[in-house]
Write a protein that binds this ligand. Structure first.
Ligand code: BEZ
Length: 360
């Protein structure tokens, strides 16, 4: 945090003695460039050291966007294409972002010694308060993929008050059953760890299509210098407990959720927006960042964080009749704008918590 505070920018910063306005502008530009590159920090937690990178500056009265990546990836390989996509820029300029690396997944991470007790997914969720405390951040909007989506959901179940919203991409909230274990063991007999992880990240169709993107990620995972660490995260993922979501029960997410693809039967439909994406595959944040960004904008607008003027013309026309209290100044209502679309592709109908489709 100290690093962040040192370079924090305010519009009316007084000039230092001997500083000209031009010099102040140059210093401000340099600070911005630095922050745009991200500041990496490590915190010690009861489950080992955790590394995360912060982009942007904290915005008053706004939650941080906190991301958690899937197995086989780190924050960059999982989220860079999404956060650096063109349309995302109008979102991220309004939020500070905290991108967490699961332990041992950061670039250059040393390989853990044989027998190292890697944290369970529940324990990884318990490291998030250490990060927020270190940064002095009080609330987040979580964006997680696969194992990361599970971790953020567990965190949200344990710390409801600090989670304003969740974007969960391809979450599997259930522990592996006996059949899954048997299938997993069988696959393990014939496939390498990288192949199994690729099978978790991408659909069979994507893998056999062998696009440039698949080749890139196959190469990253097959040649990962920290493959032993990746295997430990993979094992924790496969040993996850049930999240035990119960619609209408005590164990459910109380915050607005944008759920991308499956798992729609167990969450509260009045609080959940579903994004069903055609041909989205296993990692839509890599393959369809534009569509995901558009849906994310609706979601944030529903939480009162994005003015409709920030949205694309298409988005505006789809949501204009639904938004009652969106603002970009941090004051907001809980009005929900994400809502249902029919198979024919009509968009929001005003009833929150159904399927939202973003057409190709
Ligand atoms: C961001 O601006 O939040 C970001 C930049 C690079 C990689 C990932 C995220």
């Amino acid at each position: 945090m100290t690093e962040l505070q040192e370079v924090q920018i305010t519009e009316e910063r007084p000039l230092l003695p001997g500083q000209t306005p031009e010099m102040a502008k140059e210093a401000e530009l340099a600070a911005r460039i630095l922050l745009d590159r991200g500041q990496t920090h490590s915190v010690e937690t009861p489950y080992g050291s955790v590394t995360f990178t912060v982009y942007g500056t904290p915005k008053p009265k706004r939650p941080a966007i906190l991301t958690y990546h899937d197995v086989g990836l780190n924050y960059k390989s999982c989220f860079q294409p999404l956060f650096q996509s063109g349309d995302m820029q109008e979102i991220i300029q309004n939020f500070v972002r905290v991108h967490v690396n699961a332990p041992g997944m950061e670039e250059g991470a040393p390989v853990y010694p044989v027998g190292y007790q890697y944290p369970s997914l529940d324990q990884l969720a318990d490291t998030i308060p250490c990060i927020l405390q270190y940064l002095n951040f009080s609330s987040i909007i979580g964006v997680g993929v696969g194992a990361g989506a599970y971790i953020l959901s567990r965190y949200a179940l344990n710390h409801q008050d600090t989670v304003e919203g969740l974007v969960l991409i391809n979450i599997d909230p259930n522990a592996k059953g006996w059949m899954d274990w048997a299938a997993h063991k069988l696959t393990g007999l014939t496939s390498s760890i990288p192949e199994m992880i690729l099978g978790h990240l991408f659909s069979q169709e994507e893998l056999s299509g062998n696009s440039e993107l698949i080749q890139k990620y196959r190469n990253i995972i097959t040649h990962a210098p920290n493959i032993e660490n990746i295997e430990l995260y993979w094992n924790s993922y496969n040993n996850r407990r049930d999240l035990n979501f119960e619609r209408g029960g005590d164990i459910t997410l109380k915050c607005p959720v944008m759920l991308v693809v499956e798992c729609n039967s167990k969450l509260d439909p009045t609080q959940t927006s579903f994004l069903k994406m055609a041909d989205s595959g296993g990692q839509p944040q890599l393959t369809q960042p534009g569509k995901l960004t558009e849906a994310f904008k609706y979601f944030l607008q529903g939480m009162g964080y994005m003015a409709s003027s920030c949205m694309t013309r298409l988005s505006r026309s789809r949501t204009a009749s639904l938004t009652s209290a969106a603002s970009i100044d941090g004051s907001r209502s809980r009005t929900r704008t994400l809502s249902q679309s029919s198979e024919s592709g009509t968009l929001p109908s005003g009833t929150p918590g159904h399927t939202m489709e973003v057409s190709c």
